[in-house]
Design a protein around this ligand. Structure first.
Ligand code: SF4
Length: 456
């Protein structure tokens, strides 16, 4: 038996198939991508959160309008640090602010007025993205026809996303909806001004704390032209010509493979899965792209330059971190993206957990896991606490929700969603990552935790 029922889950035995202890001779994957059992205090986000918060939101010059009660708009800015180089992005949140009256009489009028008003106030917006939340699904507003009507009035694209929160088992469906909507309504609607034999899109890269600003120049130095990044720091106008890339590379393979696959199926553009975290994985990504474009020598040159700049710093941190043990709890792919880089730093990952992983995410985790590794699908806070106390890792990588639980238990923490002092991607970013782990783990503050207070 490789599945486990932690003590905190005795009242909800349905959790057992979601938690496994890795045994290579009796390989079992955790049950995943299914509805959370009522009573289990899941940490998952809703479909709207995945659509708006992850994929659509980073488009920097689109007015991001949440069609729903104001509460849904709370988690829109600030929690994910998708940086951009424009003022519209991140600074403003737009909502139709639906109330009881809208539930009774419909929110269509409010939506039309909100689109027109936001366009008048912010004429620099190049498109309006309209995200429907739960209430809209329940009252049945015809958002498609209202958006069409608004588009005719204001003369810029108005794109409806049918991402009502209750539609999926987690935010994962929201990623899919955002990809499909942008593919169907935007990709291919315009041709690029010019094309070259080296045009490539970076897909599933959300410019967290500036990741895309590290990654993009690596490929450009090789001679590749980055046509667009989907969707970190993207302009609306970067999305229509994506069908003219010669290659797509996919970094976040849970949230964005969908669009790469659709572009492949309709336009025949191939895509490559890559990981741009850690020295070895980033080098591999450059080599793979170099091979595709017959730019192998250029790729090797960039890799050599980057290693010369940063390898000694990684070696320095490795000496300080060798032998440490960590937990990784991420949305999905970062859980396995970071297991390799951890090994580069001499760190063993003893537990991985994901909020919305699918079967292929868990297969990739298991490829890298050692026997005895614990893997949890869709963990709740009590499970995290129980395993932190039982296994006592040297540090924990998670999101803001777990930060203070971890601190209260006296365990160093790294924010893997929005970072501490990122960017974390690419060679240079990996140095930031290693430095942040060192600062967290080797801080003298942990010696003072749980010491008796001296009273004068
Ligand atoms: S679950 Fe529904 S009501 Fe809650 S935040 Fe998501 S869209 Fe809004």
């Amino acid at each position: 038996m490789t599945t486990i029922l932690p003590e905190c889950d005795i009242p909800i035995p349905q959790r057992q198939p979601h938690i496994i202890c890795h045994d290579p001779d009796n390989m079992v994957l955790p049950i995943c991508n299914v509805q959370t059992v009522p009573g289990d205090m899941t940490e998952r986000g809703c479909t709207f959160a995945g659509c708006r918060g992850v994929v659509g939101g980073p488009v920097k010059d689109a007015i991001q309008l949440v069609h729903g009660p104001i509460g849904c708009a709370y988690y829109t800015w600030g929690t994910r640090r998708n940086l951009s180089d424009t003022k519209l992005h991140r600074k403003y949140c737009f909502s139709t602010d639906l109330t009881e009256e809208s539930v009774i009489y419909g929110g269509g009028k409010k939506l039309l007025n909100s689109i027109i008003e936001s366009h008048e106030l912010f004429p620099e917006g190049k498109a309006v993205f309209v995200y429907s939340t739960c209430v809209v699904g329940l009252i049945g507003d015809d958002t498609d026809s209202i958006c069409k009507q608004a588009q005719e009035k204001i003369g810029i694209p108005v794109i409806p996303f049918h991402c009502e929160g209750f539609r999926g088992v987690s935010q994962s469906l929201g990623h899919h909806i955002a990809n499909r909507t942008l593919f169907e309504k935007v990709v291919g609607t315009e041709e690029p001004h010019e094309t070259t034999p080296y045009d490539m899109c970076i897909v599933g890269e959300f410019n967290i704390d500036g990741d895309a600003w590290i990654i993009k120049p690596l490929f450009e130095r090789m001679g590749v032209k980055v046509l667009s990044v989907f969707t970190g720091n993207a302009s609306y106008s970067d999305i229509p010509p994506m069908h003219r890339a010669k290659l797509n590379i996919v970094q976040c393979q849970r949230s964005s493979t969908y669009i790469a696959k659709m572009i492949h199926d309709r336009y025949g553009i191939p895509y490559l899965n890559v990981s741009l975290f850690g020295m070895a994985q980033t080098a591999q990504a450059l080599r793979d792209v170099g091979k595709f474009f017959h730019l192998e020598e250029n790729a090797e040159k960039v890799i050599a330059q980057e290693l010369a700049l940063y390898q000694s710093r990684i070696n320095h941190y490795r000496k300080k971190l060798e032998g440490k043990k960590c937990f990784i709890y991420q949305g999905a792919p970062r859980a396995w993206h970071w297991m390799g880089p951890m090994r580069e730093l001499g760190i063993e990952t003893i537990l991985t957990a994901t909020t919305f992983g699918h079967k292929d995410d868990y297969e990739k985790i298991m490829e890298k896991a050692k026997p005895g590794h614990i893997c949890i699908d869709n963990p709740n806070a009590l499970e995290i606490e129980e395993y932190l106390l039982k296994l006592k890792p040297d540090f924990f990588i998670g999101g803001l929700k777990e930060k203070y639980l971890t601190y209260k238990l006296g365990i160093p923490f790294i924010n893997g969603h929005s970072y501490e002092e990122g960017p974390y991607a690419g060679f240079k970013g990996f140095v930031n990552f290693a430095k942040d782990i060192d600062v967290a783990v080797n801080s003298p503050v942990w010696k003072f935790i749980n010491q008796p207070l001296e009273m004068n």
